[in-house]
Design a protein around this ligand. Sequence first.
Ligand code: ARG
Length: 588
Amino acid sequence: MNIIQKRLEEVLKAAFSSCGYDESLGTVVTSNRPDLCEYQCNGAMAGAKKYHKAPFVIADEVAAACADNVIFEKIESVKPGFINITVAPEALAEMLAEVAADGHLLTEQTGTGKKVIMDYGGPNVAKPLHVGHLRAAIIGESLKRIYRYAGYEVLGDIHLGDWGLQMGLIMEELRRRQPDLPYFDPAYEGDYPKEAPFTLSDLEEIYPTASARSKEDAAFAEAAHNATIALQKGVRGYRAIFEHIIALSVTDLKKNYEKLDVHFDLWKGESDAQAFIPDMIADMEAKGLLVESQGAMVVEVQEETDTHDVPPCLIKKSDGASLYATTDLATLVQRERDYHPDEVLYVVDKRQDMHFTQVFRTARKAGIIRPETKLTFLGFGTMNGKDGKPFKTREGGVMRLETLISDINEAALARIKENGSMDDDAAQEVAEMVGLAALKYGDLSNQAGKNYVFDMDRFLSFEGNTGPYILYTIVRIKSILKKYLTEADASMNGSILPAGDASEKALQLKLCGAGAAINDACDDIAPHRICQYIYEVSNAFNSFYHEHRILTESDKERKKSWISLISAALRVLETGIDLLGFSAPEQM
Ligand code: ARG
């Protein structure tokens, strides 16, 4: 909770109680009439019924009982029974000093001692990353950072899609092209070459070719399916090709995620879970959970309270091929064994909602996880083009992530060159930072579950609720501080004085809310709350900035106080963007 609210509540609760009312009535909220007051307490309204008194009578009594407290500049009861509160500037400055002195901006460490696994990558090996994987990476990375800031131990797991038909397709296409490779010779017993018989760009061409061929050529499709099963059964030559594909893909993925400032602690994949499947299925069988349905083995997961159909979870098909759900369940077996998480959070396209409902229910029924382990699915919406349909290239194809990123960087570069006089290398570097901020903020400022429209011009604008606007604000503060530090009597340790006017006070009030905003984002699994908060802080800072000449202020104490104030603003904003997953340049 916001420190101001907390302190006000302490006072209000004591007042309600001293007047003979339940102290729970002393809840304080931010004012919905900022023209009248900063905070308000509506407890007298709630208490009226219980105590058979007019609400304004209660409000009068309570306000009078605590009116002397130094925390208030003004506390008044207004008809029909609200208590309006304006915080005293002296008390506010002291509270802000507490925020500034705290290592976590007074973010409550709600996650201390808890371990969370975040499953948020999900790229499919050997297929290029496309924009569909962008949201998982952006949202997941931000949540990982937010959870960590609130004290959780978080392990980010990329959970590679490395066990599907795409592997069989590549292998079969390779066999067609180079049938004499030792991998395809069942009699071959020697070591396989260390070097792959293909490059990454070969792979990127092989997969789509094979995928197209399988649609036209039934025999090829069948062979690819069999190759997939052969790999899944562990046939040596296939396994060796698989290792080559993974090695090439992972190197490339690391490079791409690095560019997005997205980092995983675990690089496990679907293939790593396979070894756990046989025992898991045997256990489900022993528990009597597996039933036959249309030739497959399933676990029933429909519950009485369901208002819609929840189909059974498919565990095993008749040909023995592994299924998506089976793999996710076996992954949970592995996660439980290796990490004992308190929570597993999946950040995946919301169209996979049903899949996760089935997997979670099966995992509970089968006792794969401990009963107290939380399983959470955060389903995100799609990133659409301006036509409202999932984002495509101009030619109508799936947009590769690399292309999207280089497009946005190019546009950012043009913007920066318009603005200033940086040399080319510096401009390029800044453009990448601005581009990433535009991309990530454009995504994260929307509620994750909603679809949003990718609008490059808007995302890149230096004005409005955008990443570049936040960066611009940060750069502005940094530049003031830099200039200040060249002054002869510069000192960074002035205390924050009580605000002298409205814009200064508004900024102080906003900054006190940092920890609460971060806790809210964490509790609600909602990075957009951080965007909203830092946007408000930026606005408050810019209003303050336009009304004050900080560097030419002649009152030394006042000036030092402002320097401390804007340093606090800088720290709040930089923490905010770090939690969103990007950082600010020195100039732009
Ligand atoms: N590879 C999957 C896809 O591209 C996403 C994986 C999500 N995570 C999971 N544990 N199922 O759709």
